[in-house]
Design a protein around this ligand. Structure first.
Ligand code: GLU
Length: 505
């Protein structure tokens, strides 16, 4: 057999905002595809019309566009294996249902919800399977004529998979190794419903994986219990030879480590669990996203890549290309991964440091302008270079940096008490004189002259600088004093000193 080209897929159901765990699943599929020179397919699994949420599909596409994760084919991308939306593939599924019915691997069942309910009451832990199916109303217990007549009469039915007991079903998982379960515990799953003329998830999923020539199924741990059924379905169709290899990714856990990560954890601890902001079309409720919270897509990707996978080295910072080069799916862990959102914030900080001042300034400049300040990009860039190592998000810059652009209108009370000494007004007046005489108002130019004056007068450097800072910034924090005064320029520096002297004396 010739090596098949690697083909993987991300197959979400459009039931709402894409959870961050789904983003990680897609990322790992993407990395696997790129690592092995394969294709990455985007399929929409929308056979459950009750759970369909308008806007969800567009949301998912926009999320990956923002993250820079590219699909090679699929819904909205085109390709030769389409249509890629399951609701557009009804006729295909019908054909395969017929095959299963014809070869006896599936049967038709007419049991109404009431009948099923009464069986459940009658038999403890009732399961529709080899032990019970002969007590039910289906094509195995009814005559062929009766079955045909009921269908003719328009009675609703489902098609069930006929699972033989006494078998060991093996799932070969790239992360978990051989996972075995006994077929006895499986029920005769519903594969198709006449009511909406659509297959259920299981059937549509494996038919499409087969027809789209998917070689590896990489998905969340929550799908592991379905895998044995999928293996049996592949066999029932005679598709064993091209059955994809499975990899079930570890769960994302709450930051504390116990239990599955949920949206409520995000609300409780103040972090997003969705890539983009999402407005629930039914309730109107808005949930924040990583994008709107100010995360860089690179930081989100880097963070997610290490949630359940590790490169086997100490390296933490990876570009998408570096991840592709390093990605080895067998290095995924079986154990769940704690969603350490603080680490996500740390990644964002690292990406702020790694990005050029000019790039950060490009993002900060509109915020400056929105605050009514008219500054050149060059000046904004200067401020960014002084301040960016202090923030985790671009939006945190304004509160820290506004004093560069807008003179303080008041002075922090505590700082005044501590830093504005009885002789500060006098010393600051002298500083005004000293600074006025400086021609070269660069950092070095000022430093040189001011230091000489402080020394000559026998002042305490700390006292002078603290009062100077209070006058220029309004609080007791900020970067180097001469960095600030050099940026403000002589005129503005003197103006602020005068104002402080007037106000605080
Ligand atoms: N439609 C399923 C989901 O929503 C796909 C599961 C799978 O990848 O097989 O995640």
């Amino acid at each position: 057999m010739t090596e098949r080209k690697v083909r993987v897929r991300f197959a979400p159901s459009p039931t709402g905002a894409l959870h961050i765990g789904g983003v990680r699943t897609a990322l790992y599929n993407y990395l696997f595809a790129r690592r092995h020179g394969g294709d990455f397919v985007f399929r929409i699994e929308d056979t459950d019309s009750h759970r369909f949420v308008p806007g969800a599909e567009e949301y998912i596409i926009e999320s990956f566009r923002w993250l820079g994760i590219q699909f090679d084919e699929g819904v909205s991308f085109g390709g030769e294996y389409g249509p890629y939306r399951q609701s557009e593939r009804r006729e295909i599924y019908k054909e395969y249902i017929e095959k299963l019915l014809a070869n006896g691997k599936a049967y038709i069942a007419f049991d109404t919800p009431e009948e099923l309910e009464s069986k459940r009451n009658e038999i403890q832990n009732f399961q529709y399977d080899a032990r019970t199916r002969m007590q039910m109303r289906n094509s195995l217990t009814l005559s062929k004529e009766e079955t045909d007549r009921l269908i003719e009469d328009g009675e609703q039915y489902v098609v069930r998979f006929r699972i033989d007991p006494g078998e060991e079903v093996h799932v070969n998982d790239m992360i978990r190794g051989d996972v075995m379960i006994k077929s006895d515990i499986l029920d005769d799953k519903v594969l198709y419903k006449s009511a909406d003329e659509l297959p259920t998830y299981h059937l549509a999923n494996i038919i499409d994986d087969h027809l789209m020539e998917i070689t590896h199924v990489i998905r969340g741990e929550e799908w592991l219990p379905s895998a044995p059924l999928h293996v049996l379905l592949y066999r029932a169709f005679g598709w064993e030879a091209t059955m994809p290899q499975f990899a079930h990714l570890p769960l994302l856990l709450k930051p504390e480590g116990k239990g599955k990560l949920s949206k409520r954890d995000g609300d409780r601890l103040g972090f997003p669990v969705f890539p983009l902001e999402w407005k629930d079309p039914k309730t109107g409720e808005i949930s924040t996203g990583f994008r709107e919270s100010g995360y860089f897509p690179e930081a989100v990707i880097n963070f997610l890549a290490l949630l359940g996978w590790n490169p086997g080295t100490d390296q933490e910072l990876f570009s998408l290309d570096e991840l592709v080069a390093a990605f080895d799916i067998t290095r995924c862990s079986k154990a769940g991964a704690k969603f350490d959102f603080q680490k996500g914030i740390w990644f964002n900080h690292e990406y702020i440091l790694r990005k050029s001042d000019a790039e950060i300034a490009g993002l900060f400049a509109p915020i400056v302008a929105n605050n009514g300040v008219d500054e050149t990009l060059e000046r904004v860039t200067q401020v960014v270079s002084m301040m960016k190592d202090r923030v985790n998000f671009v939006k945190e810059l304004w509160p820290l940096c506004s004093f560069f652009f807008i003179p303080p209108t008041e002075y922090d009370e505590k700082t005044v008490k501590k830093r504005w000494k009885p002789d500060s007004a006098k010393v600051m007046s002298e500083l005004v004189e000293v600074l006025s005489g400086i021609q070269d108002f660069t950092v070095e130019g000022q430093e040189h002259v001011v230091m000489a004056w402080v020394e000559q007068q026998g002042y305490k450097l700390g006292d002078v600088m603290n009062a100077f800072r209070l006058a220029l910034v309004g609080i007791g924090k900020g970067p180097g004093m001469f960095d600030i005064s050099a940026f403000l320029g002589k005129e503005e520096t003197l103006k602020r000193l005068h104002k402080a002297i007037d106000t605080l004396k």
